[in-house]
Design a protein around this ligand. Structure first.
Ligand SMILES: NC(=O)c1ccc[n+]([C@@H]2O[C@H](COP(=O)([O-])OP(=O)(O)OC[C@H]3O[C@@H](n4cnc5c(N)ncnc54)[C@H](O)[C@@H]3O)[C@@H](O)[C@H]2O)c1
Length: 372
């Protein structure tokens, strides 16, 4: 959106406010006039998304083009500027109307161009190395996830306007051990004891952002996503990659292996549910959100066998026959330590909607496959 258009929008809103003030009270004072202009300007938001070239970041960005209305911390705001950050930008012409791409490593960009982040009213922080990458390379996860996140938090905390930070955390902050297994249902009171580096790094950031929020420096919203399925594209380094691959590859005509048994129960979010959840985390007002603790996004509990059955129901028996079932101990060890069922009264109280049944996520993906 051009500067002229933004100025027009602010003037239009200020005039509307002036008209209602005149109707209600007669001639306003100069102070009241200034307040109305300030209010109109304050209702415009600069939004920044990290990891915006990724699976969820690109979908989230698509919902907030410049000029659209986004609810942030209980207020409707017009998106004045949308900055999309990622260390890999595949197509700078892609993305929603008016978006500005910034390519580079998050930590490096924060050090080199702090103003880019300081001018944001709301930051959706999605940039992250995957769980598999973090497990394979400790330093990678520490740098890309933990230290970049700390740098982002410190930068935003130095802004005077208390920016809103929505952080995409993960269900992998929970993990069971033989001595302390997870309860059958993880709820708002379950103690997080992550069993992999990715989950540990996310939990450390949750605690850090919550502390900045408690100190009144930022408004933090950590939202723990379940494993999101069906993810398009190719397998990635995530230990949970097969939870999309076992639907995606067969529907695209390829054989694929399921590295766990059909009895394993997992908790999933659909792509639509995850994006709606991130938006809602930003939309909820401070009063509704309550303390700065993270929230578990409501998910769908299914067994891997039920997922295969959903594949067969949507694609047919021939498609489901493209699955093989050879266990992989490393993957199994990671994913069996994650929660099998999650309940969150707190999420319901904040107004997060229930996700769609898994078969609908399978249908959504099938509809995107050529020739179907
Ligand atoms: N997809 C899931 O199943 C899932 C589940 C739970 C939580 N999450 C979280 O949601 C967020 C988004 O997930 P996704 O599936 O879209 O991931 P993704 O891998 O598709 O996207 C992440 C993006 O971040 C970018 N990135 C990584 N490190 C960066 C850095 N240092 N600087 C700049 N850019 C960097 C990558 O290039 C990538 O485009 C992540 O934080 C992830 O941990 C995802």
């Amino acid at each position: 959106m051009s500067r002229q258009l933004r100025a027009d929008h602010a003037v239009t809103k200020a005039l509307a406010a002036l008209q209602s003030l005149l109707a209600a009270t007669g001639w306003p004072t100069v102070k009241e006039l200034i307040c109305n202009v300030e209010e109109a300007l304050a209702a415009m938001a600069n939004i920044l998304i990290t990891g915006a070239n990724g699976f969820l970041g690109s979908r989230l960005a698509a919902t907030m083009p410049v000029g659209s209305t986004v609810r942030l911390n209980g207020r409707d705001e017009m998106v004045e500027r949308l900055v999309l950050v990622d260390h890999l930008v595949t197509d700078k012409a892609a993305g929603p109307d008016g978006a500005e791409w910034v390519e580079g490593d998050l930590g490096t960009l924060i050090a080199a161009q702090p103003g880019l982040f300081l001018s944001a009213d709301a930051v959706f922080h999605l940039a992250s190395a995957t769980s598999g990458e973090c497990e394979a390379e400790l330093d990678l996860g520490i740098n890309a996830n933990l230290l970049a996140g700390v740098a982002l938090g410190r930068c935003l905390a130095s802004a005077a306007h208390r920016p809103l930070l929505v952080f995409s955390s993960t269900i992998a902050i929970y993990g069971g051990t033989p001595e302390a297994p997870l309860p059958p249902v993880v709820d708002d009171t379950t103690h997080p004891t992550p069993q992999n580096s990715y989950g540990s790094q996310k939990l450390m950031l949750e605690a850090f952002f919550a502390d900045l929020s408690r100190r009144g420096l930022i408004t933090a919203r950590s939202l723990r996503l379940m494993t999101v399925s069906v993810r398009p594209g190719r397998p990635n380094g995530a230990a949970s990659s097969f939870l999309s691959g076992m639907i995606r590859e067969p529907l695209q005509g390829e054989n694929t292996n399921v590295p766990v048994g059909p009895e394993l129960q997992v908790v999933l979010n659909s792509p639509d549910g995850a994006v709606a959840g991130l938006r809602h985390a930003g939309a909820a007002s401070d009063d509704v959100w309550g303390g700065p603790r993270g929230v578990n996004l409501p998910g769908i509990s299914v067994t891997v066998g039920e997922m295969a059955a959903a594949l067969a129901a949507v694609g047919g028996a021939d498609v489901a026959a493209r699955l093989s079932w050879e266990r992989d101990e490393t993957i199994e060890r990671i994913v069996t330590s994650w929660p099998a069922e999650v309940a969150s009264e707190r999420a319901a109280g904040i107004g997060f909607a229930a996700d769609k049944p898994f078969i609908e996520a399978v249908r959504d993906f099938a509809a995107t496959v050529d020739g179907r």
